[in-house]
Write a protein that binds this ligand. Structure first.
Ligand code: MD6
Ligand code: FE
Length: 205
């Protein structure tokens, strides 16, 4: 991925490619994502404790990440419609190959939509079958304040994720703790209705 520079941070294995997607590529991707969300509507899952997430979610790919009273898991169908998730857009599979590659393509893409006031608490991504494979994230729309720290706990670092940025949790950062403290409302006009869209590609099954 020659046009993209890798930025090192305090957490070894965390990689950030600022402005990986230009404005036209961002607009095309947003249109493609919203078209696919017609088939797999955004919804607000519940935590295992029964509280609704502030973020709206859906998925693309053979498997999708879901949460409810039964816990966190991957499943092949939308919990509300019962239908299979739409395919992962080809442009995202190309980005995966360019950025992180590896022996297996992603089989899950979690779609997160942050409307006003939505955020995501500090967490680890550990529901995937292969915790050796990276997770790749694409940010679109409003700028987010992203917090990341080591898997074992301890000091965290905050950085901005802007529209068009890619980041990845690889190797020793795969189980890093991370979350979205807040989204800077109105910092972009990319998303219809406002807010921030985040797509994370995973090898889940
Ligand atoms: C978000 N991102 O950016 C939430 N997970 O909205 C994540 O939870 C995330 O950025 C795994 C790898 C990269 C990420
Ligand atoms: Fe995550």
């Amino acid at each position: 991925m020659s046009a993209i520079s890798e930025v090192k941070t305090a957490v070894e294995g965390f990689r950030l490619w600022p402005a990986a997607l230009d404005a036209a590529a961002q607009a095309d991707l947003v249109a493609e994502v919203f078209a696919r969300l017609e088939e797999a509507p955004l919804y607000r899952p519940q935590t295992p404790g029964g509280r609704p997430f502030s973020v709206q979610m859906s998925n693309f790919g053979p498997l999708g990440w879901v949460s409810d009273r039964g816990g966190y898991r991957y499943q092949p169908t939308h919990p509300q419609t019962g239908r299979a998730w739409p395919a992962i857009p080809a442009v995202l599979l190309d980005l995966w190959n360019d950025a992180v590659g590896g022996p297996r393509p992603p089989d899950a893409c979690l779609v997160n939509l942050y409307r006003e006031g939505a955020k995501m608490g500090l967490h680890q991504d550990r529901d995937e079958a292969d915790l050796g494979a990276p997770v790749l994230s694409v940010s679109l729309g409003d700028t987010a304040m992203f917090r990341i720290g080591p898997a074992q706990g301890g000091r965290t670092t905050t950085l901005k994720l802007e529209s068009g940025d890619l980041c990845a949790l690889t190797g020793p950062a795969r189980l890093a703790r991370h979350g979205i403290d807040r989204v800077l409302e109105g910092s972009s006009r990319l998303i219809p209705g406002g807010g921030r869209l985040n797509l994370t590609l995973r090898v889940a099954g």
